[in-house]
Design a protein around this ligand. Structure first.
Ligand SMILES: Nc1ncnc2c1ncn2[C@@H]1O[C@H](COP(=O)(O)OP(=O)(O)O)[C@@H](O)[C@H]1O
Ligand SMILES: [Mg+2]
Length: 391
């Protein structure tokens, strides 16, 4: 799915907040460039200009923006739909004209047009796919699922893949992969001004599967509230370099995980079939909706599923208002052996849970299969290996 970088030009905080919300709630993920953190070379796909004040200076602004970003979609928002003003805006370089406040559906339609136009003007450059794993509660298996999915994606697709550990204070991603890191996400956040391809290569550690790791912080209070704006910029840079970005976002909502949710193509909400998971998942889904992060992008993963279920899957789906996207069996022995040896499940040979990772990963790579019900995992690995050998 296309991911757009948007920029809002206005002096009015209420405008910035309202437009920010409209951008965030679109089914196409739009990250918002914050000019306090933006790098000079930040590429903009979408600019929203507030022209409710002095229209002559607004026209000059639109012309300047058009010259600076020839391919960006420029949306203007005026107080009234005066034919002269519409004409002037279009001549200055605007693509879309709205009156304040813009209706959500038409605004989202314009974002979709911008995404399609960007794809045609910029050729087949595939946008990065960002997958965020979020736990309904601590211990639900978020890190286990994110790490094993990352290894499988890198190994089977041979595409550039990175996993980012957002957890403050000794995240477990590197540990689960048996890797010792020298640098962490905090080094990326603190050196944003010089974060380029070379520098990033220094910061990440490579796993033998091909997966790159941007390890978690060793500081207990970071990434924290003050890192929320900077982290979106880090995600934008990663999106230029990687085809798959997996984010272990833990199970706490804070400004950093919210930034991850905004940037996600898919948010995997990891739950267990028990009461605390379902209750927390309900709350989290409400919060995601309140934040304007589009609920359509949420997929429920049921982990540690074993008969008899404390709560039957149908009841979980009913309570959450979302279907269960994929189910992973409970297999403590296999999972903990893999964890303690630092060898991910996908590399440990045959087990039901390893096969589930294969079929889950296959659905990520080929979303067409995502519309069909969860396939039995048997023979999935063979089919995938054949697919992978074609790349
Ligand atoms: N499918 C599973 N079956 C059995 N145990 C699991 C499964 N998934 C995770 N675990 C175990 O649950 C514990 C917590 O997993 P972890 O991935 O660290 O959770 P989180 O990141 O959500 O806190 C670990 O000991 C892990 O081995
Ligand atoms: Mg974890």
């Amino acid at each position: 799915m296309a991911q757009l970088a948007g920029f809002i030009v206005s002096h009015d905080d209420a405008f910035t907040t309202q437009i920010g919300r409209l951008l965030r709630s679109c089914a196409i993920p739009v990250s918002i460039i914050d000019d306090r953190h933006a790098r000079e070379d930040a590429a903009v796909d979408l600019v929203i200009v507030d022209i409710r004040g002095d229209s002559s200076s607004a026209m000059a602004t639109i012309e300047r923006l058009r010259a600076a970003s020839p391919h960006a979609g420029i949306f203007v928002v005026a107080l009234q739909a005066e034919p002269d003003l519409i004409l002037q805006s279009m001549r200055a370089g605007a693509n879309e004209f709205f009156t304040w406040p813009p209706p959500e559906e038409t605004f989202h339609g314009a974002i979709r047009r911008t995404a399609t136009r960007r794809e045609t003007t910029q050729g087949a450059r595939a946008a990065a796919t960002t997958l965020v794993f979020f736990g309904a509660k601590g211990g639900a298996g978020t890190t286990t699922l994110a790490v094993n999915c990352g290894v499988d994606l890198a190994r089977l697709t041979k595409r550039s893949t990175i996993i980012v550990d957002l957890k403050p204070g000794l995240g477990e991603v590197a540990l689960f992969l048996g890797i010792r890191q020298r640098y962490s996400l905090i080094d990326a956040l603190d050196n944003l001004h010089r974060l380029d391809r070379e520098f990033l290569r220094e910061l990440v550690v490579k796993h033998k599967s091909g997966l790159d790791i941007l390890a978690g912080s060793d500081q207990f209070d970071r990434p924290g509230a003050s890192d929320g704006g900077t982290i979106e910029e880090v995600f934008r840079l990663l999106a230029k370099q990687y085809e798959y970005i997996l984010i272990d976002a833990g199970s706490q909502i804070n400004s950093v995980t919210v930034a991850a949710l905004y940037t996600a193509d898919t948010m995997f909400l990891v739950a267990n079939p028990d009461v605390p998971s379902v209750r927390n998942a309900q709350r989290l889904l409400d919060r995601v909706r309140q934040l304007g992060a589009c609920g359509e992008r949420v997929r429920i993963l049921l982990n540690r599923a074993a008969e008899p279920y404390p709560i039957p899957p149908k009841q979980i789906e009913g309570a959450l208002g979302h279907p269960i996207h994929h189910t992973f069996p409970s297999d403590y022995k296999t999972v903990s052996t893999a964890l303690n040896s630092g060898v991910p499940l996908a590399l440990t040979g045959d087990s039901e849970i390893a096969e589930q990772f294969d079929s889950f990963t296959r659905r990520i790579v080929d979303p067409e299969t995502a519309s069909t019900p969860q396939q039995p995992a048997k023979r999935g690995r063979l089919a995938f290996d054949r697919l992978a050998s074609m790349w």
